[in-house]
Design a protein around this ligand. Sequence first.
Ligand SMILES: N[C@@H](CCC(=O)N[C@@H](CS)C(=O)NCC(=O)O)C(=O)O
Length: 124
Amino acid sequence: MVPYGSAPSSRTNSPACGLPELWQAEWCPHSQRVRERLTELGVDFVARQVPADRERREELVELTGCETVPVLIAPDGATLRGTETILGWIEAHYAAGPDAEAHRRKAAEKHQELLDRECDCNAA
Ligand SMILES: N[C@@H](CCC(=O)N[C@@H](CS)C(=O)NCC(=O)O)C(=O)O
């Protein structure tokens, strides 16, 4: 078992080579927007985890100069900070394939299902 917090760093010979690396958190809505767009475009990526406490994100700060997520490290080593910058970079580098629209539709359906489950505003 790999001890908590000792996953291999992206700076060394990690299997992430050649893939964009997204420093993100599952609970972060900004990260979620980026993951969703990568899914729509069929882009494989490596999800990097950060500590919940921003004060403990030393590795992220050292690598990117930034303690908030999301941050994307492009395959050429460029560091993209901030959701809009990252989304702009993604648009400039990946074309939408035939599945993009289907992914968008499914996301909308699942979002609606979640709302229907969580919210009683549709109840008679
Ligand atoms: N302007 C940034 C905002 C990103 C942001 O606020 N990220 C939050 C998580 S959703 C964060 O890292 N906050 C610091 C923390 O975790 O306390 C962007 O557009 O990406």
